[in-house]
Design a binder for this molecule. Structure first.
Ligand code: 2AM
Ligand code: CA
Ligand code: CA
Ligand code: CA
Length: 265
């Protein structure tokens, strides 16, 4: 049977709005905050509640679909056959806890490994970026133009100072420091989904992260690629949607410049 993407899109958008209402309502109550891999890796009751909300709805409406979610589900999945929802219920939990802004809901929906629907939801601004394979990207009702190229010296790059200093997971540290010296400016927002949406809209020209999980990049990758941009690891290779990876998000021209002049493949 052919997958009804319009139906999936309609439900996804409905659930995103409902999830937003729950998150906004939670601002009035006290959060339960715990830590995961280390003292700065936070998770709250709302991360779990929002993920569970999507899981329950998807299970009811689309029982054949698989789900991979940051907090609790699908971490054992080894292949991407069929329809798979990859969900980050709150991307930027530290911002959610400390700032009550600069966090997103991020969802990518894949079929047999091919990205079909991507959602990056700026909950506080009520701005939903959504991309549908072959049909472009919108922010709410407004269509977003393709990503423009800029020269390196005019580029604003999203990159975390902490990652750049630690340089734990990559041998690309020196190259990235040279790049940072040459670009117009750097920014760090603490939410991968926000930074993907900023590259999509030209607020950033590139985003670099040393280690993201599939739920951090699944939605953004669909949106960026639909706008003609490129999402790879720091060797220029395609991302594996079931593995953690360094990530580079750029226009196609900037991707070429970065590999030609900075990172040697
Ligand atoms: P999260 O808020 O959903 O955990 C900046 O921290 C960005 O990196 C966020 O998008 C965050 O997603 C993601 N990230 C990935 N792994 C992380 C980790 N171990 N600790 C904190 N943030 C992580
Ligand atoms: Ca997390
Ligand atoms: Ca995340
Ligand atoms: Ca998260």
């Amino acid at each position: 049977m052919l997958t009804d993407w319009n139906k999936i899109d309609k439900f996804a958008k409905e659930w995103l709005q409902e999830a937003r209402s729950k998150i906004i309502a939670s601002f009035e109550s006290t959060l339960t905050i715990t830590t995961k891999s280390d003292a700065n890796d936070l998770v709250t009751n709302m991360d779990e509640e929002i993920e569970n909300f999507f899981v329950t709805n998807i299970r009811n409406q689309f029982p054949s679909h698989e789900i991979l979610g940051e907090e609790s589900i699908g971490h054992e999945i080894e292949q991407l056959d069929g329809v798979v929802w990859i969900i980050d219920p709150i991307d930027g939990t530290m911002n959610f806890v400390h700032q009550k802004r600069n966090f997103f809901i991020s969802i990518g929906i894949y079929e047999d490994g091919v990205g079909q629907l991507g959602y990056l939801y700026d909950v506080v601004h009520n701005e939903l970026y959504y991309g549908k394979k072959g049909e472009g990207v919108h922010c709410n009702e407004v269509k977003i133009p393709p990503i423009k190229d800029v020269p390196i010296h005019e580029a604003i790059v999203g990159i975390s100072a902490t990652w750049l200093i630690e340089n734990k997971d990559t041998n690309k540290g020196e190259a990235l420091i040279e790049l940072v010296k040459d670009v117009r400016g750097t920014r760090s927002y603490g939410s991968a989904a926000l930074e993907f949406s900023y590259v999509a809209t030209g607020r950033l020209d590139a985003y670099i992260s040393m280690r993201l999980a599939p739920w951090d990049f699944a939605g953004g990758k669909i949106i960026i690629e639909e706008l003609g941009g490129i999402v790879t690891d720091l060797d220029g290779k395609a991302l594996n949607l079931l593995e953690k990876s360094p990530v580079l998000v750029t226009s196609s021209g900037l991707h070429e410049q970065i590999f030609k002049s900075y990172i040697k493949k």
